[in-house]
Design a protein around this ligand. Structure first.
Ligand SMILES: Nc1ncnc2c1ncn2[C@@H]1O[C@H](COP(=O)(O)OP(=O)(O)OP(=O)(O)O)[C@@H](O)[C@H]1O
Ligand SMILES: [Mg+2]
Length: 438
């Protein structure tokens, strides 16, 4: 019997642009096929945060309309990626006994061990867990187990990665997208979506760092053994470079943006090149080499202060696949060798893994996050253990989870209870997914 193809929609709420990606999945084939990408410049969003709701809603509407025109049908719901500040990922460990005599691990055991690892966390009242990502399972001390279900032992242990975000950031994002007429059916942090859109399986298995340098933020994801071991958002992006140029050269932002895109990070290419720019009706001459110094200054800050700091607790040997750059700033000529020298790792600039399915002009490194949302959606469905997401119904303003978190007096207690309640929702989701799977 013919079944209508399933439609998957991802909405990347960026500081510079909003991208709406639409994919179609035929029930006979598990892979999704991208059929359109809508685009609109972002307004009312700074450093990934909504600062003017009305403008942001208008931008979302515009991007959705653009996508609708491309695919020829209405978009009702989407999974949204966002960056925001103050995003952290925390590792916790859990252990459960399977009994005195060895037996097979059941779904209930996996739930118990996830819950045990979750209970180790203390979440402040104004934050919530967005993603719960099992990183490592071990049975009777044998680590590196990909899927523990059905395996035999007496002790199940796990390491969990939890992505913690400020509650109001998430609420404002849901509110913004839903005010634009699109229901939010899932949320994914930009760092994870970009990594999924850019990294090959070989790279994640070997160990790799994904850096998505966007307009207002840089998403960082560290992978070892195929799993993300750290996800965070750094508050620096291309807009900072533009602002620096505008300030130092005393030119309008729009001109600074133009000049920035002409700068190369390899010295030979900027060789005494001069540029005449019309500034408020007068021609001003700029030296591209000077502009490139401003650009490198900010990028140096990003790589040496922020990125190096975030990876300091790991040995560089853990990332033999090096660094994979994406986001608009990765288009800067010469950024590969420049960053490779600073960070002492091999660097490549990513195109989205699915670029051949994407329309020309909307398939470069600026669109890896958007493409990654679709991969996130399919991967979450295929393997419910990989990414457990707190259901959106628990995140909307006024949900039981949030009121419990906000109402509690004792921070630690409230965190445990609120978390427990949110986690029950997560467990329900996990159970449902597992039922569908088997
Ligand atoms: N050719 C280029 N050279 C240098 N920078 C560029 C180039 N093209 C785009 N950019 C910069 O990339 C940034 C936009 O990147 P991107 O579209 O990935 O950001 P975003 O997803 O909207 O923002 P964020 O992810 O930070 O919220 C802008 O600062 C833009 O100036
Ligand atoms: Mg982005």
């Amino acid at each position: 019997m013919y079944k209508e193809p399933e439609i998957l929609v991802g909405l990347d709420l960026g500081t510079s642009k909003i991208a709406v990606i639409v994919a179609e999945r035929d029930s006979r084939f598990q892979e999704a096929q991208i059929i359109g990408i809508g685009f609109a410049p972002s307004q009312g969003i700074r450093k990934g945060l909504i600062i003017n709701l009305e403008q942001a809603v208008r931008s979302v509407r515009q991007a959705v309309k653009d996508a609708q025109n491309m695919v020829g049908f209405e978009i009702a719901e989407a999974t949204v990626s966002f960056s925001g500040l103050d995003v952290t990922s925390v590792t916790s460990k859990g252990m459960v006994s399977l009994g005195r005599t060895p037996r097979q691990v059941s779904i209930a055991d996996v739930e118990r061990v996830i819950e045990a690892a979750q209970s180790e966390l203390s979440i402040p009242t104004n934050r919530l867990t967005l993603h719960t990502i099992p990183v490592k399972y071990s049975i009777d001390g044998n680590s590196g187990i990909d899927d523990p279900l059905g395996m035999t032992g007496i002790r199940l242990e796990m390491e969990l990665q939890s992505v913690i975000v400020p509650t109001t950031v998430v609420q404002n994002i849901i509110n913004c997208v839903e005010s634009a007429g699109v229901e939010v059916n899932g949320l994914v942090i930009k760092s994870l979506a970009s990594a999924l859109g850019a990294l090959t399986d070989e790279e994640t298995r070997a160990g790799v760092i994904s850096l998505c340098i966007g307009g207002g933020t840089t998403g960082l994801a560290l992978y070892t053994d195929g799993r993300p071991v750290k996800l965070s958002v750094i508050p620096i992006g291309g807009d900072h470079i533009t602002n620096d140029l505008a300030y130092i050269m005393k030119i309008p932002i729009s001109k600074a943006e133009e000049i920035k895109k002409m700068v190369s990070l390899s010295d030979e290419e900027n060789e005494e090149q001069e540029l005449d720019v019309d500034v408020r009706g007068r021609t001003k001459t700029f030296n591209i080499r000077e502009a490139s110094e401003v650009v490198t200054c900010r990028l140096e800050e990003l790589f040496t202060e922020y990125v190096s700091h975030q990876i300091a607790e790991y040995s560089l040997h853990m990332f033999p696949a090096g660094i994979v750059l994406s986001g608009g700033v990765a288009k800067t000529p010469g950024i590969e060798s420049y960053s490779s020298e600073i960070l002492n790792l091999p660097v490549r600039v990513a195109e989205p893994l699915d670029m051949y399915q994407m329309p020309p002009g909307r398939n470069d490194c600026e669109y890896t996050t958007a493409a990654g949302i679709i991969r996130y959606m399919t991967s979450k469905e295929r393997n419910p253990y990989r990414f457990i997401e707190t259901p959106v119904s628990h995140l909307r303003s006024g949900s039981a989870l949030l009121s419990q978190q906000h109402g509690a007096k004792n921070e630690r207690k409230s965190a445990a209870r609120g978390q427990g309640m949110g986690f029950r929702g997560v467990i329900e989701y996990l159970k449902k997914s597992l039922k569908e799977l088997f």
